[in-house]
Design a protein around this ligand. Structure first.
Ligand code: NAD
Length: 369
């Protein structure tokens, strides 16, 4: 099969980690029976310098028909320095909305080989395997009214709005329930229903959906502050965590502490299927552009590489290829190859590029073995 993957590297460490993910895609192209048309396009500051926009118009429209989109990262000083009006059209939030990718799945898996790297005890993080399902097209990141103004009393004010409709809650909850059903059958729905009306509705809608369509899934409601504490105290209790846009954003970064680094967290964002059986899929590492380490060749590319594994699984039904890639990453970690963010003890650190090369070599060895 031949499928189109649009690649948008972005800024900061985005291009560095995406180069290694593309290397892995190319390995599969060469060694397995899968054929990708990999279309790399400038995004963000890079595109602005060439075309005066964050993303070319034709690329923006083609995101809807692509079989998958692989995105690096955006943000940082060069992005911040762009004119304000240039930062709106085609920014990452606009891309997510345009592609209608409302379901953001963020798997968090503890690797035994990294048990010496996390700041949590090995027995606490060992065997953790959870997924944060984050609503991505609504909530406070998009709610209106928003903005800044000066009150009648001359005081500066900032406003954002946390708004969800019942159908928006129901569609993301359905994704989370289905995932829990395929996994270990536990769903934790996160809210702050003790204080906020939006979350009261959230809880009611999730409860009703659970009772009517998913009685086989064990639903737990959990208040966000307690959830944050429980993720650190006892992460093994979680299977699927359902959260709104901002809470899901924060809790998944927090869950990064379990893996040892933000550089170990991939994600996929999915739309619904259309009448032709096509759906939009956006793959991006959870981390940002990490300006503090950009251009030094030391960023961990494994989150970006794991996005390729998620792509095989969710967009191309290539579960054997996902398995192979997961095994290759495990082998590399067990062999002690580490970028600085996951370095421990006396093991020397390797570069972003070397990590990509090691994964490719492990793939080759496993493929022949
Ligand atoms: P960040 O995720 O970029 O970095 C947080 C910390 O984690 C930094 O110390 C960084 O060095 C480290 N880190 C992140 N990814 C790493 C990797 N692959 N390897 C090694 N270390 C890694 O978050 P931030 O510093 O809060 O934000 C920086 C910029 O990124 C901001 O402009 C922010 O808006 C943007 N951002 C973009 C996205 C995205 O593109 N999806 C997500 C989050 C933040």
């Amino acid at each position: 099969m031949t499928v189109e993957v649009i690649v948008l590297p972005g800024e900061g460490i985005g291009p560095e980690v995406i180069a290694e993910a593309v290397k892995v895609l190319e390995w599969f192209q060469k060694h397995r029976d899968v054929h990708f048309f990999i279309r790399c396009e400038p995004y963000g500051v890079d595109a602005y310098e060439k075309y005066g926009t964050l993303i070319k118009e034709d690329v923006f429209s083609d995101l809807l028909s692509a079989d998958a989109v692989l995105f690096g990262a955006t943000g940082g000083p060069a992005f911040d320095a762009l004119p304000d009006e240039a930062k709106i059209s085609g920014n990452l939030l606009a891309i997510r909305k345009h592609m209608a990718v409302y379901a953001n799945l963020r798997p968090v898996q503890a690797y035994d080989a990294l048990s010496d790297v996390t700041s949590l005890k090995a027995e606490v993080v060992g065997n953790v395997d959870l997924v944060v399902v984050r609503e991505l097209n609504g909530g406070i990141y998009f709610g209106e009214p928003r903005g800044r103004d000066i009150t009648a009393a001359g005081i500066e004010r900032g406003t954002n709005t946390l708004v969800y409709t019942a159908p928006e809650i129901e569609r993301i909850a359905r994704v989370a329930f289905n995932l829990a059903r395929e996994r270990r059958g536990h769903l934790h729905s996160v809210d702050k229903s003790n204080v906020l009306e939006t979350y009261k509705l959230w809880r009611e809608v999730v409860t009703h959906l659970g009772e009517t369509e998913f009685p086989d899934v064990l639903l737990h409601h959990i208040i966000v502050d307690n959830c944050a504490m429980q993720i650190i105290k006892n992460p093994k209790q979680f299977d699927v965590i359902l959260a709104d846009n901002m809470v899901g954003d924060i809790l998944s970064d927090l869950a990064g502490a379990i893996t040892g680094s933000l550089g170990m967290l991939p994600s996929v964002s999915l739309s619904n299927f259309d009448e032709n059986g096509h759906r939009c899929a956006l793959y991006e590492p959870v981390h940002g552009s990490a300006p503090d380490i950009a251009d030094q060749g030391i960023a961990n590319p494994l989150a970006a590489i794991m996005c390729v594994g998620l792509m095989f699984e969710h967009s191309f039904q290539l579960s054997k290829e996902t398995e192979l890639l997961t095994k290759a990453i495990e082998k590399v970690l067990v062999a002690g190859f580490r970028t600085p963010d996951i370095q421990a003890g006396s093991l020397g650190a390797i570069s972003t590029k070397c990590m990509g090369d090691e994964v490719v070599q492990a793939l080759t060895r496993l493929n022949h073995g």
